[in-house]
Design a protein around this ligand. Sequence first.
Ligand code: BGC
Length: 670
Amino acid sequence: MSEKLSNEELSKLPFMNSNLDLEKRVEDLLGRLELKEKFKLSSGTKFFFTKPIKRLGIPHYKMTDGPHGIGPHSSGDSVCTYFPVGVCRAATWNPELSEKFGVAVAQEVRDIGYHMLLGPGVNIQRAPHCGRNFEYQTEDPYLNSKLAVHCVKGIQSQRIAACVKHYACNNQETNRLTCNSIVSERALQEIYLPAFKATACEADAWSYMTCYNKVNGVYGSEHKNLLKERLMEEWGFRGFVVSDWGATQHIKNTGPCVEAGLSLEMPTAIKYTYKNMRDALDEGKFTEEMLNENIRRLLRVMFLTGVFDDPSTIPPGSRNTSEHQAVARKIAEEGIVLLKNEDNFLPLDINSIKKIAVIGPNANKKMSRGGGSSQVKPPYEIKPIEGIQEKCKGKIEIVDTPSEADVVIYVSGLNHRPHKDSEGSDRKRFHLTTSLINRINQAIQENPKIIVVLISGSPIGMDWIDKVPAVIEAWYPGMEGGHAIASVLFGDVNPSGKLPITFPKKLEDSPAQIVQDLEVNYDDGIFVGYRYFDTNNIEPLFPFGHGLSYTTFTYENLNINKEKMSENDTIIVSVDITNTGKRAGAEVVQLYVQDVECSVDRPLKELKGFEKVKLEPGEKKSVSLELKKEDLSFFDEKSNTWKAENGIFNILIGSSSRDIRLEGKIEYVG
Ligand code: BGC
């Protein structure tokens, strides 16, 4: 092994010159690495770091969880902002907020001296009771892609690498280390891959994490088709692929992982031990050029994230600032979904209520420390009861007994214990436990003026719903959650969240179930979530895109700028939205496309555009959304290409997938 270079010698090497072209720096450093050092760089140490190459001044490359804030387990016990979870962020339908979250969380990564965030998690919420749905965003590939692209852009604007995970089809936790997701090419193309593709093509994501499971018989970390052929060659990804932690343990050989393009095995060498690497190389199982390419990718991201640059030239870090806490609160306020509000039961009038009971198992519970790798240790966490107490201080008395109160706020739902919303296991039941249901019913009996606030990361069966006037889905709303919940309950914030996932009435209605077998057949194909419910005319409890407001909006003047669309056209669909109520509010205008006649089965409608528009009382705004050929297309398995067939497409504009307010049409003439 060559001698360690002195700091002075190092500083004169071309790769240390930040004015030099990125690729030249990468090649210079790569060219200096000895084979043994390349092996060393291929696997991790200390659970979240790469191994340093001291001779060349390559430090530990440091990665930290997770998708809604920095985890203490991976960051040396750092105290960091606990942002609302992924599904809450998605419920905002606000890409700009997703980007702000990305910026804020990346600043925290920089502040603790790390380089990469293990997130966002973009697996599709296929089964309603998947344990990790709370970390993911949505059942819809379009919404998923838009939010993920902005999130990655936000993170990487700070020169922190995003690590988009878990690539691909890790849609259940049961047997996640060994199960085989059997998925059609069409479902991959239309449902499961779009957010991975969009983050590569539109946001230039610098890293991807493989899944634990197999996809069509091959483990994610050795999946040449998913990694090398699609991600790298087709989508132009220039960063590196890291295995999920321990995801290589059931893989037989080293060679296919290197060949597939797995640069880094975490958390330690399993397939990428010195001996395995040496033997596989000697036996011709991979070539040194393949290894070089994997290391080149890793080094490239080191340069992109400023590892070898003067720290004063890279964006500074910050942590637990009031700005970050404000972002957390904003996401919670915009992500909370008002599911039901009979006779405008909400918002509560602070001046006319004397006594409120705030009860239920989740009223006084912190949620930041649970859920597996996505836990966060915040400086504080406002629990629902605390937010409500603060709001009511000096105005409304908080009592414990429903019968004594004018109004009851009942906070229930799930938590992050195993078999609830938690990594490593899936929910066992769709409804709450009998004892929790009994407790809700008991409270209703004592006082039917009750608002149920749900804390959960996935849909819950609600047999009791007809007996309560109001229900709020607050997800896991982060460290400012209690404040956000109180703001919504008392009308300081007008709710504008919309469901990013269908809430079924019962689990059997769902097209996808958690499978105990090692073979997980994605028989639902492309009919995931509302694509299934709508096409099969099954009434959900709450549809995709649903969410009420304290004001009302009218939709009028649908205008489609052309009647016919040809191959390269962009169609502009515009519509006027007016706030016809007495409060300022925000509406998410949703555009769905319906292919009237097609040679293959297609969903009844598919989301292809949306915009969140803020309106003062009486205010009217025009919203314009664009449609291109790709928005009309499906993946044709016969020709193995995306295809739009000539004919009529209905354009549906609505306030949810089941509340379509205006309809128009275009003809596609390819
Ligand atoms: C999880 C990943 C996480 C990693 C590191 C794995 O168990 O699946 O999402 O980033 O651990 O903590």
